[in-house]
Design a protein around this ligand. Sequence first.
Ligand code: ADP
Length: 425
Amino acid sequence: MAIQIRSKTLRWLIVASTVVIAIIVFVQVFWLQRVYRLERRQFNINITSGIKGLVHNLNLSSHGNLNFEKDVELVIPEDYLLKIDRIPALDSASSFFSQELTDYNVLTDCQMSIYDATQKKFVASKYIDMPNSYTAENDKFTTPVFKKQYSYISFYFPHRSRYIIMQMIFWIVSSAILLLVLIGFGISLFYLYHQRFLNETQKDFVNNFTHEFKTPLSVIKIAADVLHNPAITEKPEKLKNYAEIIISQTTHLQNQLNRMLVIAYTEHSTLPLQKEIFDANTLIQQAVNNINPLIEEKSGNLTIEFGTKNSYINADKSYILLAYINILENAVKYSVNPAIRIKTYVEGNDFCTSITDNGIGIDKRQQKKIFNKFYRITYGEIHQSKGFGLGLNFVKKIMDAHKGNITVESALGGGSTFIIKIPRH
Ligand code: ADP
């Protein structure tokens, strides 16, 4: 059996993976920085050790022991200046220093220059070309001159940064590969999510509409049954009434079909709305007319208390009608002898409708869940009533799209009140 991961689970997986990827990248950057610092330090140690060796060998320091803090100055990261008391022969100094660099395995070129304080310029310069250095030939550079009061040897490493980076090449390449793998992983996960999401949206869409077609069809069926009774001809008023119900339901179905086609060709994740200004009280009356045959079938009754004349709202008329029908249909479906009370009122900018029934009620713990897709409460015998657990979820979606809301107040065995609030503008 194929394992189906729902898009919601997948979304959590994506969030978790993003966090993990972010942590990995962070750790990787942290380590790269650390390795860079270590390499830089190692470079420094090697060069200063080389200079130390040179000083001892050529006896360049007048005061015997070299005082690094005072006699060697790192003016810029690439340039070490060694204070000297006398000008040495550059050839022997450079060949010795080249040997030191090889010993310490520092394979980057160095420009050695001697600065004479009396002449205030470089008096000699020698380029130490290290074999296997990572530098290209003909690299152009000039050794910076630092005008000092004393004479010095400048050890200038023009390619220091590149050399350090090349020392880290293994780390950099492995990090880059890891990053590429992670990016690839992220893209595939997102692609999977997108596919699954589209899939589910399509399924929801089909489910919702199948659900919405069921009520009008059952109303038509009841009306047709009544019309089928020969006695109806003696009650022309009733005949007209039921014929009108069939006409209005078929028109409703036709409208639904048209909408379905429109929605099927748009890729919206939320419901696309066609807003217009209309009288919500009239719409409620229309919903009641739609559902009336179901109430009559159960010998129930329904009362409406229009508590406000401020009932014009700017919303999607057919979706709001569907929302009312869904709530009313449930009120009938989950009551044995339906006695339904509808009240309308205004609260701030919201047009509110409360629909109260005397049905089986909903346990407190279930009240949040009934708005979830496919959620149905099973009570044993009463749950003979058919349904897919989609109606309230669809109503919630309609409310969300309107920035309105739906809430329920209920107690098991004590009936339920659904309250719908829709912003009027
Ligand atoms: P369906 O009615 O198709 O099962 P809904 O999404 O409309 O799906 O409702 C979800 C569940 O909420 C129902 O299965 C039912 O248990 C409960 N419910 C909804 N409306 C009422 C109501 N008026 N009274 C009692 N229970 C209700």
